[in-house]
Ligand binder design. Structure first.
Ligand code: ADP
Length: 890
């Protein structure tokens, strides 16, 4: 019995040990608690979980030791109730307290263990810390995902395929423009929102994804209840059951409308560009990097005789197999970023003709700023080249013709002027030697017509010289205010006659010396002022100088000269025309105008030759204002040359046995000069050509030679060279005596000859040249004013002379001055006044010997022979002298 008891006891101990061991293997904390709440037993996990070192620390202690303080009281109450009911219970949301007083979440399972005497409870505690942490993390992740989907406007949907339940999150409603209660939560509700055109395709895509396992990644449009259309991008994942049947589909939606609009714009732009290129009026082609055609203009097809359907997508080298290596290299260069162009490039066509092309090749860049290929622009300039060549030919022809014209003109004028020289000269000589009035009348007509002809030739020559560019501008220092002042004097009689004013306005500080061609400037101003006076009957003319700008650095002036009148004016429609040759405004007002219509044409060309321009401002009846502008005029320190107003009619010349050699192949010219000079104390020699001239000069050693230029055998210039080379003739002055219009560069001529004498020449001109080189004596009339002459006494009635002697002298001297002024600028009205007053004067003082002079002048006036009048006026003083010898004291 004892044994069996012992065995039993041992057995019992054994079991209890095993039980403890078993408890210790469990991962939950297990406690046994008695009814008073004391811990009876516990496993190892408990001390680990609660941070104790040994079981002993807890055994026998109230179980509340393991609870946070705030739960202790409540726990004791619960424990009593629980012991009474004694049922198993699971308690969550509880907390445990470790030895170090830290707390942690726990789940507790209670189970009563009924024993014989009392009940104890097993308490199973699970540490929930890890679980709670994981839960927290999941919560955070979910929250973040929500935030992300919300921010990106991504909607999430979940479709239970078996039960056809479709669940949307809030973002989905917003994407479909509906509220939650408008959504029925089935697949069809989604389809209902799709754009009719996208419905079928989208359904198919869902089916393919479900049945064939295709990826669901698509785009479709949804139509909102307000009919607006929105683009949606959708992606989904499919879940399958164990049999491989799709049971669930979960996916996202988001709005891609802005992207789509941008895409559409890009496409539209591309299309527009394509149309633009296609319709461009020039040949344009766009290539990719492999030189395949992307776009071409219609003109490209036309220029290269291509058909469009063959081209796009094909390689350029395939379309043009003959492309030269040189060009290929250029294309490659451009594909690397270079821009190449050529203004003209010749290509041989199939038929052998040359096609001229102007081209430009440049790279084009894609959105990433990478070269996407090249653009070629070409222009067929064959027609232009041909036209250019024709124009060049035509220009050459015109230039040749113009040259021929100029040469013809030069020759003709030479041919005309030479005989005119003889005609006019001898008529003049004859006129002075014969007394038969009828013959004199005929001679006058000859002189008049000859001079008219000469004038016309001179004008035409002037114009044609300018036009053929043979007029050279020779700037010299000019005092412009002074020059205009002189002109004012020149026009004084004319303005006085018409009771017009002629004002000159010069601003302060206007430069006193500017480099300009004085002769040409004078010619221009005489013409403008002359016209202004001619076409003005009341008021007058103002010449206004203005300083427009001044370049201080280079001392260059910009000036304007305005000639303004209060005359009849010119209607704007004629403003251009009047600068054309031979053009005149024909109206009642201008019908008295005796001009040639060449004045303004010459003026304009001269102004332009001088680097200026001329502008007209005028309206009919409002006067005219011609303004000249000159830019960049240098100033000068050179002393201003005074015009040597050398008038032979004021002087009587005496020569002293000098020898003159006249060289001319035309006997009449020789004779004329001889006639002019016969009254002087001069020895005259004649030679017919250069050879003879050299011979004669070497023998005679003349004091001066008058050398014709154009002569047979040896011309004047050649003869001059020989003369200059010979010691004995080296220093003889040689005057060029020429009718040639080629004397357009007098400076060049004067670098060789000592002077120029133009044919036809007047006696005065001839004398002027001779006095430059031959010893002479010029006697001024005034210097001998005191002495009287018999001639005067004989020819003027004594009484008249005695009574009015001083008065008469003064008056004749006034006429003399007027005749000089008039001779320079002939104004018909003034001439008529002069004639009138002179004849009155002569009648009054019975100066009969002047009647013939007045008659001749009047004849020329009646013929409107300007040159003749001018010449006759220059005779006035000699005529008076002829009757009153120079020492007569007039
Ligand atoms: P013309 O020898 O006839 O004067 P121009 O070439 O000098 O030739 O002038 C051409 C025409 O321009 C004149 O005939 C006249 O009709 C007109 N014209 C020139 N200057 C003036 C002016 N100041 N007032 C009115 N008309 C003018």
């Amino acid at each position: 019995m004892i044994n069996s008891n012992l065995v039993f006891e041992k057995q019992l101990k054994q079991n209890a040990h095993l039980f403890r061991l078993f408890l210790d293997t469990l991962t939950d904390a297990i406690l046994l608690v008695d009814q008073s709440g004391k811990i009876v037993q516990l496993n190892r996990q408990t001390i680990l979980m609660f941070g104790y070192e040994s079981k002993k620390e807890l055994i026998g202690k109230a179980v509340e030791i393991l609870l946070p303080n705030q739960f202790k009281n409540a726990h004791q109450t619960h424990r009593s109730i629980f012991f009474e009911d004694a049922e198993s219970q699971s308690l969550s949301n509880l907390f445990g307290k470790r030895k170090d007083s830290t707390t942690f979440p726990v789940e507790v399972n209670l189970a009563p263990l009924p024993l014989e005497k009392n009940t104890i409870f097993s308490v199973c505690i699970q540490d929930l810390s890890k679980y709670r942490e994981a839960e927290e993390k999941l919560h955070q992740v979910t929250e973040r995902l929500m935030l992300a989907t919300q921010a990106a406007n991504i909607g999430i949907w979940d479709w239970d395929i078996i039960n056809n339940v479709l669940v949307w999150d809030n973002a989905m409603y917003a994407l479909y423009g509906i509220s939650e209660n408008q959504f029925t939560g089935v697949y069809e509700a989604w389809e209902a929102g799709l754009h009719p055109e996208d419905k079928e395709r989208s359904r198919e895509e869902v089916q393919e994804a479900l049945l064939e396992g295709k990826e669901f990644n698509t785009e479709f449009r949804v139509v909102w209840p307000d009919t607006s259309v929105h683009y949606i991008k959708a992606i989904a994942k499919i879940y399958y059951d164990t049999q491989g049947n799709a049971v669930r589909m979960v996916g996202t939606n988001w709005d891609i409308t802005p992207l789509k609009i941008a895409d559409k714009q890009i496409v539209e732009n591309a299309n527009r560009n394509k149309v633009f290129v296609e319709q461009a009026p020039s040949a344009i082609a766009m290539f990719d990097k492999q030189m395949r055609y992307l776009t071409i203009s219609k003109q490209w097809l036309k220029d290269y005789q291509l058909k469009e359907e063959n081209i796009i997508g094909r390689s350029h080298y395939e379309v043009f197999p003959g492309t030269k290596e040189e060009l290929k290299a250029i294309y490659q260069e451009c594909l690397q970023g270079a821009v190449n162009r050529r203004d003209e490039d010749g290509f041989e066509r199939a038929d052998g003709s040359i096609q001229w092309i102007k081209w430009e090749i440049r790279p084009w860049y894609n959105l990433d700023n990478q070269i996407g290929g090249i653009l070629m622009f070409t222009e067929d300039i064959s027609t232009r080249k041909q036209t250019e060549a024709e124009l060049r030919r035509a220009k050459q022809l015109a230039e040749d013709a113009n040259k021929a014209k100029s040469e013809f003109l030069t020759n003709m004028s030479h041919e005309i002027r030479t005989p005119m020289n003889a005609i006019l000269g001898f008529s003049e000589v004859l006129y002075n030697t014969i007394s038969d009035p009828i013959a004199k009348g005929h001679l006058e007509t000859i002189l008049t017509s000859g001079n008219t002809l000469l004038n016309l030739i001179n004008d035409l020559l002037d114009l044609s010289k300018i036009e053929s560019g043979r007029v050279e501008i020779n700037p010299e220092a000019v005092n412009l205010p002074q020059l205009i002042n002189d002109l004012q004097q020149l026009f004084a009689t004319e303005t006085a006659k018409k009771s017009l004013y002629l004002n000159i306005k010069v601003p302060m500080g206007f430069p006193q010396s500017l480099m300009m061609d004085k002769v040409r400037l004078k010619q221009i101003l005489i013409n403008l002022i002359g016209n202004a006076i001619k076409f003005t009957d009341a008021g007058g003319v103002t010449v206004q100088l203005a300083l427009e700008n001044f370049n201080r650095k280079q001392l260059l002036y910009g000036i304007s000269i305005q000639v303004k009148d209060t005359g009849i004016g010119i209607s704007p429609e004629y403003h251009k025309k009047i600068f054309e040759s031979f053009w005149q405004v024909r109206t009642v007002l201008t019908k008295k105008n005796k001009g040639t219509g060449l004045g303004l044409a010459i003026t304009k060309r001269l102004v332009e030759l001088m680097g200026g321009n001329i502008h007209l401002q005028s309206a009919l009846g409002r006067g005219c204002s011609f303004t000249l502008h000159f830019e960049d005029l240098p100033t000068s320190d050179e002393p201003i040359k005074q015009d040597a107003s050398f008038d032979w009619n004021d002087k009587k010349v005496k020569f002293f046995h000098s020898k003159v050699l006249i060289v001319d192949d035309f006997p009449i010219n020789q004779k004329l000069i001889k006639t002019y000079l016969k009254q002087y104390d001069l020895q005259l020699h004649v030679a017919e050509n250069g050879v003879e001239a050299v011979k004669k000069a070497s023998q005679v050693i003349p004091d001066i030679i008058l050398m014709d230029l154009l002569m047979p055998e040896m011309n004047g210039e050649e003869a001059l060279e020989v003369l200059r080379a010979q010691e004995i003739t080296q220093t003889i002055p040689v005057i060029a005596f020429t009718a040639s219009t080629s004397v357009n560069n007098p400076e060049k001529m004067l670098s060789k000859f000592d002077g120029i004498l133009r044919k036809p020449t007047t006696r005065a001109e001839l004398l002027r040249q001779l006095t430059r080189f031959l010893p002479n004596e010029i006697q001024m009339q005034n210097s001998v004013a005191e002495s009287q002459t018999t001639a005067l006494e004989h020819n003027i009635p004594k009484q008249g002379m005695e009574v009015n002697r001083t008065h008469l002298e003064a008056l004749l001297s006034q006429f003399s001055q007027r005749s000089e002024a008039l001779a320079e600028i002939v104004s018909l009205d003034d001439v008529s006044l002069f004639i009138e007053e002179l004849s009155d004067f002569c009648t009054q003082h019975q100066l009969d010997y002047m009647t013939e002079y007045i008659r001749q002048l009047n004849n020329r006036y009646q013929e409107f022979d300007i040159h003749g009048i001018s010449q006759q006026l220059t005779y006035f003083t000699p005529w008076v002298e002829e009757i009153f010898p120079k020492d007569s004291g007039l």
